[in-house]
Design a protein around this ligand. Structure first.
Ligand SMILES: Cc1cc2nc3c(=O)[nH]c(=O)nc-3n(C[C@H](O)[C@H](O)[C@H](O)COP(=O)(O)O)c2cc1C
Length: 361
């Protein structure tokens, strides 16, 4: 396979934003890009839904010139639907595609899609082949897990099939489909897969902080990483990762984890709670949330944007100390004014909580 990691825009340093159903819409992708994300993925989109011109499916394709490079992730288990979907997307101007072979949600796997493809490597190959043919044989990747059953790890086999079929990259989330999110990701699978393939291997799985991203690259040698839940909690994770890498490169003789740790400590890298709220961190969070609100209002109707932001903001507040009451108020807020007032007074709220001795949350 001829993918050149040096020149392919998808494999320059910045980490990817992983596909996240329900989250990686246009406003969130743009926010993450402003925070240093390189390539971003759409959430998984049904190939069949696209072919049948399902309006609820088409809304996932909303994009802008700044939203680039963009990988459209598809799910499906029938090669002819994947072929038609990619053909259509290619004609619309989309250039990068990913096949979801990792989703273990019942609704998806019962149709033979997602991680069910790992149980049927021949169909995995046929689906990839169809996508490659429709896209002009380039820029198609696949996202897999370590296998379906723990007793049958087949990530090396599936990765090799992908490479031999012509895939441009493989992403591995090193957990088994039957295990969901239980147990820690097994990064040794990433290292093995990287050594087994010539095409780029991307890592996904338990990269919840910039430090963990750094550690994963160091330990496994993967070509790049994807932030998923880590980006939902803190989109600045991308910038923090790049800073830590820059710091490491500048101090290549020193202990890279010490320097990454320093940046982490300053910026709440590890996602640990911050007991004594730092003014700068509060301000950084307020700015980030307001920017997300601006982007959501720009690309969604206001009511939808409001309902969405009410559910997203609490996640951004999790890194603060004892924020149960503030989170509740955000979720229950009835207007933008109420929500923005809460945000503006975040510092004061946090201070009051800290001074209070009777904590209930
Ligand atoms: C809410 C949510 C939605 C997800 N949606 C998708 C998806 O649409 N496609 C996909 O390939 N993986 C999806 N994933 C899996 C993530 O992309 C990622 O591989 C996984 O969360 C492991 O990374 P993490 O431990 O760093 O979060 C989803 C995960 C979560 C938590």
């Amino acid at each position: 396979m001829s993918t050149n990691q040096e020149t392919n825009p998808l494999f320059v340093d910045p980490p990817w934003l992983a596909p996240l159903a329900g989250y990686t819409d246009l406003p969130f992708r743009l926010l993450c890009r402003e925070c240093g994300c390189g390539t971003a993925c759409t959430e998984m989109i049904s190939a069949k839904g696209l072919v049948y011109d399902d309006k609820s499916t088409l809304k996932y394709l909303n994009t802008t010139a700044e939203d680039s490079p963009l990988v459209v992730q598809l799910f499906g288990g029938e090669p002819h639907f994947l072929y038609k979907a990619v053909k259509m997307l290619h004609e619309l101007g989309f250039r990068y595609f990913d096949l979801n072979a990792g989703c273990s949600v019942k609704k998806v796997v019962k149709t033979g899609s997602g991680a069910a493809l790992l149980k049927n490597p021949q169909n995995l190959q046929d689906c990839l082949q169809a996508m490659l043919e429709a896209s002009g044989r380039s820029n198609v990747g696949v996202k897999i897990r370590s296998g379906w059953y723990v007793s049958n790890p087949n990530y090396l086999q599936c990765g090799k099939i992908a490479e031999d079929t012509g895939a441009a990259w493989v992403t591995l989330h090193p957990r088994f489909a039957t295990k969901g999110y239980s147990a820690f990701s097994d990064w040794s699978h990433l290292k093995e897969l990287k050594q087994h393939l010539d095409i780029p291997v991307l890592a996904s799985g338990d990269l919840l902080s910039a430090q963990e991203g750094e550690k994963c690259v160091e330990q496994t040698g993967v070509s790049n990483i994807m932030f998923a839940r880590g980006a939902l909690k803190d989109p600045l994770i991308f910038r923090k990762f790049l800073l830590a890498r820059f710091d490491r490169d500048m101090n290549s003789t020193g202990d890279i984890f010490d320097s990454a740790k320093e940046v982490g400590e300053q910026n709440d890298l590890a996602g640990t709670v911050i007991p004594h709220e730092d003014k700068d961190i509060i301000q950084e969070k307020q700015q980030l949330i307001k920017r997300h609100i601006d982007l959501a209002c720009k690309f969604e109707d206001e009511k939808r944007a409001f309902l969405k932001m009410r559910t997203l903001i609490p996640r951004y507040l999790n890194s603060f100390y004892r924020v149960g009451e503030i989170r509740k108020r955000v979720i229950e807020s009835a207007s933008w004014k109420e929500l923005l007032d809460l945000l503006d007074n975040l510092g004061q709220w946090l201070q009051e909580r800290e001074n209070c001795t009777n904590f209930d949350s």
